[in-house]
Design a protein around this ligand. Structure first.
Ligand SMILES: NC(=O)c1ccc[n+]([C@@H]2O[C@H](COP(=O)([O-])OP(=O)(O)OC[C@H]3O[C@@H](n4cnc5c(N)ncnc54)[C@H](OP(=O)(O)O)[C@@H]3O)[C@@H](O)[C@H]2O)c1
Length: 231
């Protein structure tokens, strides 16, 4: 029987690579901000367009999802954006957008979907966090706060749902979703998709709680090439 897998932020980048990798053995439910964001649609998939930077859209999305299925086997909380700025110069609305999209929408969606996941024989929730959650990269203060929030939330949720729903978290250094030349010292979305498939294919009661991913030659430090100048 094919697993019913919901991936948020699945129109491009890491979420799209996950959808491509998992599609042969899954019935996919794919979310992005708009249905028109999806190119090259997969045949065994449902498509949804909801802007999660407006928190009320999470409820609207869940209502439409329930028209298509009453059960979900896997929830991949992948949606997220990065806004880079020195904190002193951060726009108020950008702080709000990052916290709503990268953190609040994940918590609310997860809460709304727990009853649908509990209908599965082998339910799993995966959160896409980031190595920003564990580092001190200048310009990423708000992004890091959301990703550290997700990391810690997932740790507690794993304990609360133990024996019922497995919970895993993925932390990655940079993944080339912006078109660096091929061969650049950075991961590609397919690397993350491979790890997600590996996590999902482990048999219970084994759970991969958390993984850290990097390219072996990848930039690591506190003042990144893309960090803003000091104020
Ligand atoms: N790339 C990296 O270096 C990296 C590293 C570590 C962790 N991550 C995390 O991995 C996840 C995926 O990142 P990515 O680099 O693959 O991103 P991406 O290529 O920019 O894709 C983002 C996805 O999220 C959707 N999205 C963006 N804003 C949205 C909104 N307001 N409402 C609903 N959907 C929205 C996009 O849909 P539309 O096409 O409709 O905009 C798209 O499907 C994020 O959580 C990110 O923080 C990324």
């Amino acid at each position: 029987m094919k697993r019913k897998i919901l991936i948020t932020g699945a129109s491009k980048g890491i979420g799209n690579a996950e959808a491509q990798r998992l599609s042969p053995n899954s019935e996919l439910f794919l979310h992005a901000s708009e249905q028109s964001s999806f190119e090259n649609k997969i045949s065994n998939a449902y498509y949804f367009g909801y802007d999660f930077s407006k928190i009320e859209n999470v409820d609207a999305f869940v209502n439409e999802l329930k028209e298509k299925t009453d059960k979900i086997d896997v929830l991949i909380n992948n949606v997220g954006i990065m806004i880079l700025e020195s904190f002193a110069n951060f726009k108020d609305e950008d702080i709000n957008t990052l916290i709503t999209l990268n953190l609040h929408s994940h918590l609310l969606l997860t809460k709304k979907l727990i009853p649908m996941l509990l209908k599965s024989k082998n339910p799993h929730i995966i959160f896409m966090s980031s190595m920003s959650a564990k580092n001190q990269i200048e310009g990423e203060s708000v992004y890091a706060a959301t990703k550290a929030g997700i990391m810690q939330f997932a740790h507690v949720l794993r304990n609360e749902l133990a024996g019922k729903i497995r919970v895993s978290t993925v932390h990655s250094w940079g993944v080339n979703t912006w078109g660096d030349p091929e061969g650049s010292p950075i991961l590609v979305p397919e690397n993350v998709a491979e790890v997600i498939e590996f996590i999902l294919d482990r048999e219970r009661p084994f759970v991969i709680e958390s993984v850290d991913l990097s390219h072996e030659l990848q930039w690591k430090g506190t003042h990144a090439p893309w960090s803003p100048d000091k104020i």
